[in-house]
Design a binder for this molecule. Structure first.
Ligand code: DQA
Length: 142
C-alpha cells in the first residue's frame, strides 16, 4: 500500500529556496510529516525528487508497474511545460494528485497553465507543506 510522492526540479532546495513563497520546511521535513500521517493511514511513503523530467516520467510508469495506490506529484516548473508528464499520467491508471506549495494561479501568467492538472484527479495548492498531507488524505480516500 504505497503512495509515491514525486517532486520535480529545484524542490531539493526547499527550506532555503524563496522561503517567502515556499515556506521553511525542507523536503526531508515533508517526508517526515508524510511518513507519520502515512502510518496512521496504513500507507507507505516513497518520496523522491529529481531535477530531470525523464526521471519523473519513468517514476510514473514505475508507480503503475509496482501497483502503487496513488502518486502525489509536485512537478514544479515542469507542471507548466511538460506534455510528456501529461501523457505519462494519461498512460497509467494509477491516480495522480497534483500538489503545489504555492498557488501558481495567483502568480506569473506563465504559471497559470498546468499540464499536470489536465490529467490529475485532484489538485491541492497554496497550502504550503501542509498541502502534501491534504493530498495524502485525499489519496487514502481513493
Ligand atoms: C511549485 C510551483 C511552480 O510554479 C514552481 O515552478 C515550483 C514549485 C510549488 O510547489 O508551488 O518550482 O510547484
Amino acid at each position: 500500500n504505497t503512495v509515491y510522492v514525486l517532486n520535480g526540479p529545484n524542490l531539493n532546495l526547499l527550506g532555503t529556496r524563496e522561503p517567502d513563497i515556499y515556506g521553511s520546511e525542507t523536503l526531508d521535513d515533508i517526508a517526515g510529516m508524510l511518513e507519520d500521517r502515512g502510518r496512521e493511514l496504513g500507507l507507505e511513503i516513497d518520496l523522491r525528487q529529481s531535477n530531470h523530467e525523464g526521471h519523473l516520467v519513468d517514476w510514473l510508469h514505475e508507480a503503475q508497474a509496482e501497483g502503487a495506490k496513488a502518486v502525489l506529484l509536485n512537478a514544479a516548473a515542469f507542471t507548466h511545460t511538460s506534455i510528456a508528464l501529461l501523457d505519462a499520467i494519461r498512460a497509467i491508471s494509477t491516480p495522480v494528485i497534483e500538489v503545489h506549495l504555492s498557488d501558481p494561479t495567483t502568480r506569473e501568467e506563465f504559471r497559470h497553465i498546468s499540464y499536470v492538472a489536465m490529467a490529475a484527479k485532484e489538485t491541492v495548492q497554496g497550502l504550503g507543506a501542509k498541502g502534501y498531507l491534504v493530498a495524502l488524505d485525499a489519496a487514502a480516500r481513493l
